[in-house]
Design a protein. Sequence first.
Length: 828
Amino acid sequence: MLALLALCWQVLGVEALEDAVFDPLAYVDPLIGASNGGNVFAGASLPYGMAKAVADTNSSSNQGGFTLDGAFVTGFSGMHDSGTGGSPSLGNFPLFPFTNCPEGDINRCVFPKKSRAAHGGFANNTVTAKPGTFGITLNNGIRADMTTTWHTSLFRFTFPTLGSDGQPAQPLILQDLTDLSDSRQDNGSVTVDPETGRITGSARFLPSFGGGNFVLHFCTDFKGADVLDSGIFVNSRGSTEVKNLTISRSINGYPLPGGAFVRFSSGAEPILVRTANSFISAEQACKHAETEIPDYDFGRVSEAAIEKWREKMSIIKVSPAGVEGSLLTNFYSGIYRTMVNPQNYTGENPLWESSEPYFDSFYCIWDLFRSQIPFLIITDPAAVAEMVRSLIDTYRHTGWLPDCRMSLNKGYTQGGSNADNVLADAFIKGIKDGIDWEDGYAAVVKDAEVEPYDWCCEGRGGLDSWKALGYIPVQDFDYKGFGTMTRSISRTLEYAYNDFCISQIAHGLGRTADRDKYLASSSNWKNLFRPDQTSLWWNGTNTGFTGFFQPRYLNGTWAYQNPLNCSNLDTFSVCSLQNTGRETFESSIWEYNFSFVPHDQSTLLILLGGPSLFTSRLDYLHNTNITYIGNEPSFLTVFQYHYSARPALSALRSHSYIPSYFSPTPSGLPGNDDSGAMGSFVALSMMGLFPNPGQNVYLVTPPFFEQVNITSPVTGKVARVRNVNFDGGYKSVYIQSATLNGERYTKNWVDHSFFTEGKELVLVLGDGESDWGTGVGDLPPSLGEYVGFAGGNGTAVNDTSTITGWKRGLEEVVGRAWRGGYVGDVKV
Ligand SMILES: *[C@@H]1O[C@H](CO)[C@@H](O)[C@H](O)[C@H]1NC(C)=O
Ligand SMILES: *[C@@H]1O[C@H](CO)[C@@H](O)[C@H](O)[C@H]1NC(C)=O
Ligand SMILES: *[C@@H]1O[C@H](CO)[C@@H](O)[C@H](O)[C@H]1NC(C)=O
Ligand SMILES: *[C@@H]1O[C@H](CO)[C@@H](O)[C@H](O)[C@H]1NC(C)=O
Ligand SMILES: *[C@@H]1O[C@H](CO)[C@@H](O)[C@H](O)[C@H]1NC(C)=O
Ligand SMILES: *[C@@H]1O[C@H](CO)[C@@H](O)[C@H](O)[C@H]1NC(C)=O
Ligand SMILES: *[C@@H]1O[C@H](CO)[C@@H](O)[C@H](O)[C@H]1NC(C)=O
Ligand SMILES: *[C@@H]1O[C@H](CO)[C@@H](O)[C@H](O)[C@H]1NC(C)=O
Ligand SMILES: *[C@@H]1O[C@H](CO)[C@@H](O)[C@H](O)[C@H]1NC(C)=O
Ligand SMILES: *[C@@H]1O[C@H](CO)[C@@H](O)[C@H](O)[C@H]1NC(C)=O
Ligand SMILES: *[C@@H]1O[C@H](CO)[C@@H](O)[C@H](O)[C@H]1NC(C)=O
Ligand SMILES: *[C@@H]1O[C@H](CO)[C@@H](O)[C@H](O)[C@H]1NC(C)=O
C-alpha cells in the first residue's frame, strides 16, 4: 500500500505535487479592511452565506461587526453585511458570555450592551480569521471560536477555570434583542425554555441604507454543560423567575436593553452555542439549526465551510514564483471578499411566494456593477445567474429592479438604474441558466420608460425632461416622480449608459427598433459636454485643460459647477445623497469626464482634443490626486489609457495603486470595501484583465504573476495568461508582443470567450513601452470612430497606424446598426 502510494507520487510528477500543495486559502486574510474604515466582515461565513458569525465591537466604524481599532467586543452575532457605508447593518441578537456572575448573583453579571463592553477587551494578536472560521480571546480569558452553515452559526466558548470572583466557572450566556445600529422597533420578544435552555425570539429592525423595516427571528441551543438556571433581563436587572419578555423600543432613542440568559453548572468543557436566523419564523430558524448542525461538531462544520471556500477559490491559480507573499495575500483576499456579499436568502424571503432564488445585500449595485459582478461572471457564473434571477423576480414582485437592497428592503439609488448594467453584462457574456430574459428585458425597459412616484429607491427620475431634452436639467421641473434633485450630471451620464446597456440586450433579443432607440439615447451624455469649459484650481491657477461636462437648465442655458468640486481634493462640497449635494455624485466632473462614457471613448477622445491630450489629462487626473481609488468611478480611469493607444500606461498606473493603496493589512483598504468592490478591483487588476461592464471587453495588462490560470466553471476549460520575461520587481511591465492560442495578437483587449473557450494569452514583457496594442485597429470597441490617431491633433505616441479617421470595418463588427457601430459582440 505504502509503496504503491510512493510510486503514484513519482508518476504524478513535480507539477502535480506543486498543484496539490498550492492552497489559495493559505493566502486569504479576512482581517484586511478590519480597521481604517474598510468596514469588511471579518468573520465566518459560507460563500454568499446568510449566517455570518463574528465578534461585534463598539467601534464607531463597526458596519461589518468586527474591528481591529482598539474598540471593545459587545457581543457575538450571526448576521452581517460587508464593506458597506450607511449605518451598521444587522448584527442582530448578539450573545455575550460571562465565566461567572460574582458571588453567583446574576445581577452582578452585566447585561446592557453599552456597559458589558467593558468586559469585551481583547488583544489583537488573539484574533484568528480564516475563510469559514473566526476566533478571539477576551482579556478575561474567554475564548470564542465560530463557524457557520447557510443559516446557522456555531459558537464555541471556552472558559477559564475560575471566574473573576475566584470561584469555579459557572458560565452565564446572554442573548439580547439589539442590533449594531440599535434600530430595534416595538415589541421585540424572547423566550427561554427552562428545561433545555433554548432561547427563541424575534424583533423588528431597520435596514441600514434604505427605507422600511424587517422582522428577524432566531433560535439558540446550547451543548456542553448542564443548564443551572435561566431567565430574562430588562436593562441591568434579570430574574430566573421570568422566562418570557416582550419589550418596546422605549422613548429614549435607544432600545431598552432586554433579552434572555442561560446559566450553566460548569465551565469545565467548552460550551457550544448553535444559533440560527430566519426571516420567516423562529420555528424555521430552529429547523435550520437542527438540520444544518444536528451534531454540534465544530470540527466537521468548520471543515465543511473551509472546503466550500477552497472549491470557490481554486477557480483561479496563479504562480507564486518570484513574487512576495503579500501580493498573493492581496490577490486571494480580494477574491475572497467578492463572495461574502450579496447573500443567498433563497427560501428565506417572507415578502412573496416564488420558486425563484432570492439574493439580498446588493449593497449597492452602483458599486457592484463595475467590477464585482463582472468578476463573478468569470469565476462563478452559476451564482450570478441566481442573482440575476433574483433581481428579475424582485422586479416581478415589487415592480422594479433594485439599485440597492439590504435586509429585505429597498436601498437608496445613487445614480442611474444600474441593475440594467448588471443584466446586460450577464446577458452579453452568455449567462443563461434559468433566466427569463424576456422578463429581464421588460424590467430594464421599465427603468427607461416609467418614472416611479418615488425614485429614491428604484428606477430613474426626470424622465419627461430626459425624453424631451436629452439630459437631466439642474433644477428640473418634475411633478410626476420625487427624489433628491441633485446629481443632474452624473444621473445624465448613468442614464445614458443604462440605455446603452438596454440596447445590448435588445440587440441580442432581436429587437432592432428598441436597440436603435436606446443606442440613440445612449449618446445623451454629449448634451452636457461644454467644449469651452475651463477648470481652475481654488487658487486661480488654470489646470490647462478645456472641455468639461457642465449642468444645464431646462431652457438649455448652461449652469456652472467647478469641475474640481467633489474631487478627492475638495473639502468644501457635500457630494452624497444630501439634498444640498452637487450635480455629480461622490466624484468630480473631472472624473466623470473620463470614466462615465464607457461605451464611446472614441468620441470622448475627439472631444478631449485627441489621444495625446486625452493621455496627458488622464495623467493629470491621477498625478494630482483629483481621482481617488477608494471610490468606484475611478476604476476605469486606471485602464483608460488603453483607449488612447497607451496600454503600457494602464499597467504602470495599476502598479501605482497596488499595493500602495491596497495592502494586505487591517488598515490596508482605501475606505469601505463596498461589499467586495475593492476586492474585485484588486483581483481583476492583478489578473491583468479589467472589464468594461456591459461590453464584451477585458482590457489586457500583464498580470502581477508569472502565470494565471482560470478554470471556466461553465466549460471546465482553463484560460491562461503567461508572462514571458516576468520580473517580480515589476520593471518589465511593458508588453512587447503577444500571442493568443499561439497566433500573433496585437489587440489590447480580449472578449469573454477567452475564459469560456480556455484560450492562452502569452505576453512577452520588456522594460520599455512598445507599439503593442497601439494601432487603431487594436483599440477596444467603441460606438464612435477613432480619429486623430496619426497626423491629427494629438498624435498618439507609439501608434503604428497611419490611417487618419479610421473607421472600423463592417466585417469586424457583428450587428453593426447604428452610427459608429454595435459594441456588443465584436469578433476577435
Ligand atoms: C490593535 O490594538 C490597538 C490598541 O488596542 C489599536 O489601536 C490598533 O489599531 C489595533 N489594530 C492593529 C491592526 O494594530
Ligand atoms: C467601548 O467600550 C469601552 C469599554 O467600556 C469604552 O471605554 C469605550 O468608550 C466604548 N467606545 C465607544 C465608541 O463607545
Ligand atoms: C406592541 O404591542 C402592543 C401591546 O400588545 C400593541 O398595542 C402594539 O400594537 C404592538 N405594536 C406593534 C408595532 O406591533
Ligand atoms: C412563554 O412563551 C412560550 C412560547 O411562546 C409559551 O409557550 C409560554 O406559555 C409562555 N409562558 C408564559 C408564562 O407566558
Ligand atoms: C496552468 O496550467 C498549465 C497547463 O495545464 C500548467 O502547466 C501550469 O502549471 C498551471 N499554472 C498554475 C499557476 O497553476
Ligand atoms: C442558494 O441557496 C439555495 C437554497 O439553499 C441553493 O439551492 C443554491 O445552490 C444557493 N446558491 C448559491 C450560489 O450558493
Ligand atoms: C495652485 O494650486 C495648484 C493645485 O494645488 C498647484 O499645483 C499650484 O502650484 C498652485 N498655484 C499657485 C500659484 O500657488
Ligand atoms: C435659463 O434659465 C436660467 C435659470 O433659471 C436663467 O438664469 C437663464 O437666464 C435662462 N436663460 C434664458 C436664455 O432664458
Ligand atoms: C466648489 O469649489 C469651490 C472652490 O472653487 C468652493 O469655493 C465651493 O464652496 C465649492 N462649491 C460647493 C457648492 O461646495
Ligand atoms: C488641437 O487642440 C487644441 C485644444 O483643443 C486646439 O486649441 C488646437 O487648435 C488644435 N490644433 C489643431 C492643429 O487642430
Ligand atoms: C497624492 O496622494 C498621495 C497619497 O496620499 C501622496 O503621497 C502624494 O504626494 C499626493 N500627490 C499630490 C500631487 O498631492
Ligand atoms: C514608445 O513610446 C515611448 C515613450 O514615448 C518611447 O520611449 C519608445 O521608444 C516608443 N517605442 C516605439 C517602438 O516607438
